[in-house]
Design a protein around this ligand. Structure first.
Ligand code: IMP
Length: 407
């Protein structure tokens, strides 16, 4: 029986979606990205080898899994070409299994120029990948889209208009260098093979697979608290990272999804600027960062670290209609004497914590729930009760095998 699953992050991204999507992909026909762009960094570790994917769906490492990039994604052809080449060098091939929507808005070098120039002035701490400016152009109906690569005349007209506009913004607002339209057109021409090989009517294909009884997995990027509408605005990314993003970013109705797996770390991290109520600035922060290797997979920036915020998590469970919780990086807490989790905010908006005894023993690599220390089981059980959602997956390390499946 087919089972369509959505996997998404419940915090500020970096929850470990890549590993979980990769693990679930074994039973799946296709994995689809539906929002974001190469600001994402999904890390997968297989047989000791680590791969970071930015644009390719995390099912890519399974040779039979179909890969889909939906219209909701903003696409840098340069980043995609580089990523595909890197994977091909590892022996991963994409012939007849990569499908990219013609309606994807393209990220041009001038989007990156604007993103960087603007972030210098109004710091959000973006990844500097041109994501925000590309989504702006999409909504303003002036974007160049993947399908435009199929008509060189249309492409030239659209790129000329758009880059002229970008250059005005760059020169007049940010006192920054303009971009050469000719160079951008030449670059786009060098990536035309991506259009020739992978351009697709994504909605049609999904419909066909669905009719054939195949299971499809939708892979969120970033996390719920970075959602453009529901996140910590304006310190957010520019797409809908929450469950609704699948419908618009691929073209399926909400009822198409059977299972919604929400991923949260056993603590919290955030990259970039913006509020973070449970952020720590003491030795505990350092220990979380060190044990959890908390450096951005895309930018290498150190991540801010803090305790789990159960109030925010509960909200994210509702926001996404999560059916299954996946708790990751439990092992990072192995050497803490005690562990805090925020259970409410006081009148001044500060976190109120409940303290749990640590387990002070190794959970890394455990793949049977019964073998977890009692204190770890109690911590998980409190989380489940508080948020009103059971954990189906618990991750105890970066590798595929270091996973507990409860359902
Ligand atoms: P942008 O998506 O590059 O525009 O960045 C906007 C905000 O989202 C910044 O705070 C980034 O650090 C954050 N962000 C974007 N992508 C990711 C991600 O994949 N993981 C974590 N944070 C992200």
């Amino acid at each position: 029986m087919s089972l369509n699953t959505l996997v998404l992050g419940l915090q500020w991204g970096d929850e470990g979606k890549g590993k979980i999507v990769d693990a679930l992909s074994e039973q799946i026909h296709a994995v689809c990205r539906f929002q974001g762009g190469h600001n994402a960094g999904h890390t997968i570790k297989v047989n000791g080898q680590q791969t970071v994917l930015h644009l390719c769906p995390s099912g890519a490492l399974h040779p039979k899994v179909q890969c889909v990039i939906g219209n909701g994604v903003v696409l840098s052809l340069e980043a995609l070409a580089k990523e595909l080449k890197g994977l091909e060098d590892l022996g991963v091939t994409f012939e007849n299994r990569m499908h990219i929507s013609n309606a994807c808005s393209l990220i041009l070098p001038s989007h990156i120029g604007i993103d960087k120039a603007r972030d210098k002035k109004e710091s959000i701490g973006t990844t500097g990948r041109g994501i925000g400016p590309a989504y702006e152009d999409k909504v303003a109906r002036r974007a160049v889209r993947f399908g435009d690569l199929g008509d060189s005349k249309v492409l030239k007209e659209k790129v000329t208009t758009l880059v002229n506009y970008h250059n005005k913004v760059l020169e007049n607002l940010y006192n920054a260098e303009p971009f050469s339209i000719e160079k951008i057109l030449l670059e786009l021409d060098s990536f035309k093979y991506l259009y020739d090989n992978y351009s697709s009517d994504v909605q049609d294909i999904i419909y066909k697979w669905s009719k054939e009884g195949h299971s499809i997995l939708f892979e969120g990027a970033q996390g719920s608290l970075l959602d453009i509408d529901h996140g910590t605005y304006p310190y957010v990314t520019s797409s809908n990272t929450t469950a609704g993003g699948v419908s618009t970013g691929i073209g399926v109705g909400p009822k198409f999804i059977d299972k919604i797996v929400g991923i949260s770390k056993a603590y919290t991290t955030r990259v970039g600027e913006g509020p973070f109520l449970t952020e720590l600035f003491d030795d505990n922060a350092e220990m979380l960062a060190k044990r959890g290797h908390e450096f951005g997979a895309t930018t290498g920036r150190p991540r801010r670290c803090g305790w789990l915020d159960l109030v925010a998590l509960k909200k994210a469970i509702f926001l996404n209609s999560v059916t299954d919780l996946c708790l990751t990086k439990l092992d990072v807490l192995d050497s803490f004497n005690s562990i805090d989790a925020c259970i409410e905010y006081d009148n001044s908006g500060n976190p109120v914590y409940k303290t749990f005894p640590g387990w002070m023993s190794k959970t890394e690599g455990i793949n049977d729930f019964n073998n977890l220390p009692e204190n770890a089981k109690s911590y998980i059980s409190f989380i489940e009760d508080f948020i009103g959602c059971s954990a189906s997956i618990i991750s105890t390390g970066p590798s595929r095998e270091q996973t507990i499946y409860l359902d």
